[in-house]
Design a protein around this ligand. Structure first.
Ligand SMILES: [Fe+2]
Length: 152
């Protein structure tokens, strides 16, 4: 499938730039503003601005006091960055809740569902789980494609 890995890498690198100014929920908005000043391209700005809680609806943005707009994630690259962000949280958890990256992927759903600081709330949790399932399915599909065909 078509996937812009450079965008995934750059989006991952820049997504939390706003934390240089604030660790509050506005860090997505602040990061995107900084990104505009740095001349970053729109797809990276989108990742920076929309990564909060995995892509808020306009209604949720209103509730959280953020500029009212639809932050829904539109691209696979955006969803990969968000899934990876949660995985890194789990892998680097100071309580060492997993002992390997593989364990973090395998227990992703259980860990998010049982840790409010990761799952946040029901709608956010649902988004994170959806992205994780999508990415895992793509990884499985890709590894199946690479299996050598059997010689009859
Ligand atoms: Fe963030």
């Amino acid at each position: 499938m078509k996937l812009d890995l450079e965008l995934v890498g750059r989006g991952a690198l820049f997504h939390d730039l706003g934390k240089a100014r604030s660790h509050d929920i506005e860090h997505g908005k602040i990061g995107a503003e900084l990104g505009v000043r740095l001349g970053l391209p729109q797809p990276i700005l989108a990742i920076m601005e929309k990564h909060i809680r995995g892509g808020l609806t306009a209604e949720e943005a209103t509730e959280l006091g953020l500029p009212v707009k639809d932050y829904t994630l539109r691209t696979l690259e955006e969803r990969i960055v968000i899934t990876a962000d949660r995985l890194v949280d789990i892998i680097t958890d100071t309580n060492q809740i997993v002992s390997s990256e593989e364990e973090a992927e395998a227990r992703f759903e259980e860990i998010l569902a049982n840790n409010i600081r990761y799952g946040k709330n029901a709608r956010t949790l649902e988004r994170y789980l959806g992205y994780h399932r999508e990415v895992q399915a793509l990884i499985r599909g890709a590894s199946n494609d690479r299996k050598p065909s059997r010689i009859p």
